[in-house]
Ligand binder design. Structure first.
Ligand SMILES: [Zn+2]
Length: 388
């Protein structure tokens, strides 16, 4: 027998599969439940091109439905997609093509209600056996904060040890005690083996949230993994390609021919946008600025190889990069129906902050914390890097 929760679980288990959403829509229609309209509208977007009147009507309908429906339900059936890049940088600068990497963007969105413990998520309550105490910081002797929990099937670019299908990362919530470098531990387990889960959470009462974007304890966020191709343009490119090639590529980016630029007028006329082709590449065509799993270059330390696991970002996008890195679905909600999203519409006319500073953590000078792991032995050794 189906019920709401069984459909929502199937959708979470197979986020790319349309058939579950359509079955759910049919089931809701049979019960006269108007939530079916939202699922139908989501499906219909795939059938119409932007700039058509049908697409504009769908945008309007979607905005109305999002206002009317229970936002926590909408969040559970959502899917988030990265917009296509406005130019193919690997075609314009072919020297970059060999450096393409795949990362899994997480598209974090603050949980509207607490999410079930089995779900992939950032913050909130994790699936943890009653028989195990919460992990402690060996320096501060406080409970570690749950930071990210990922099901293996959501992150195909990360290799799990045999038998494990759930990754859990905790770190010490006392940032000052660790010089603002997260002191993290990773746990790997088989979700089905947790038959008697804890119903409480670690004691973080010593670390209350003092503002919306400070501290080392993230807001609970739903995640919507999506694999994307990115091109390193900064330090990683320098390390892989060497100084001479890095400099040659940067020069080519500066001079690349963008072709007809009618579609770029809003970008280049904005004082917050790019001012030349190389800027455009850095903001929109290179590395994804938000929270993501895998894709960055690893390094060796004391004879051990550390691989990139996850990057957390203070900001998921900024005033020059939102056109590429804010999900299509969010852009549709903020934009004039059927029109591309503009800087003014997003940053002056919308409540964009919870979408930009999603995790609620302030992460150093570059606004990001990179977590690297050595998988040579278990438990994985963890190094975190925040540039401050
Ligand atoms: Zn500590």
């Amino acid at each position: 027998m189906h019920n709401d929760e069984s459909f929502l679980r199937s959708i979470a288990d197979n986020p790319a599969d349309d058939s579950t959403r359509l079955l759910y829509a049919k089931w809701l229609e049979e019960r006269g439940d108007s939530r079916a309209n939202f699922l139908r509208v989501q499906h219909a977007f795939g059938k119409h091109l932007p700039k058509t009147s049908e697409y504009r009507d769908l945008c309007k309908k979607e905005q109305d439905l999002v206002r009317e429906l229970d936002p926590s339900w909408v969040q559970r059936v959502r899917r988030y997609t990265t917009p296509e890049p406005c130019r193919n940088v690997a075609e314009l600068v072919p020297e970059l093509a060999p450096f393409a990497t795949t990362t899994t963007r997480l598209h974090p969105h603050r949980a509207i209600r607490p999410l079930p413990t089995w779900m992939s998520k950032i913050g909130g309550r994790f699936l943890w056996p009653k028989s195990e105490p919460w992990p402690l910081c060996s320096v501060c002797n406080v409970d570690l904060a749950p930071v990210i929990q990922l099901q293996k099937k959501y992150v195909p670019n990360i290799e799990f040890p045999a038998g494990a299908d759930l990754l859990q990362l905790f770190w010490c919530p006392d940032e000052e005690a660790h010089d603002c470098q997260p002191s993290a531990q990773v746990f790997l387990r088989k979700a089905a083996s947790v038959t008697s889960p804890r119903l409480d959470g670690p004691d973080l009462s010593e670390f209350p949230r003092i503002s919306d974007w400070q501290g080392f304890v993230p807001f609970e966020c739903a995640v919507f993994p999506e694999q994307v191709i990115e091109f390193p343009l900064g330090d990683d490119l320098y390390s892989i390609a060497g100084e001479a090639e890095h400099s040659r590529i940067r020069q080519k980016l500066e001079k690349m021919d963008l072709g007809p630029t009618d579609d770029l007028v809003e970008r280049f006329s904005s004082s917050h946008g790019p001012s030349n082709p190389q800027d455009l590449a850095c903001y929109e065509l290179g590395e994804c600025p938000g929270t993501k799993v895998g894709g960055k270059l690893g390094f060796e330390r004391n004879g051990l190889m550390f691989e990139h696991l996850v990057t957390f970002s203070t900001w998921e996008f900024d005033s020059a990069s939102f056109r590429r890195w804010l999900a299509v679905e969010d852009q549709r909600l903020f934009a004039t129906p059927g029109e591309p999203l503009t800087w003014t519409r997003l940053f002056q006319d919308s409540d964009f902050k919870p979408f930009q500073e999603v995790l609620g953590m302030q992460l150093g000078r570059t606004q990001s914390a990179h977590i690297y792991v050595c998988r040579k032995r278990e438990p994985w050794r963890v190094i975190s890097v925040v540039y401050d």
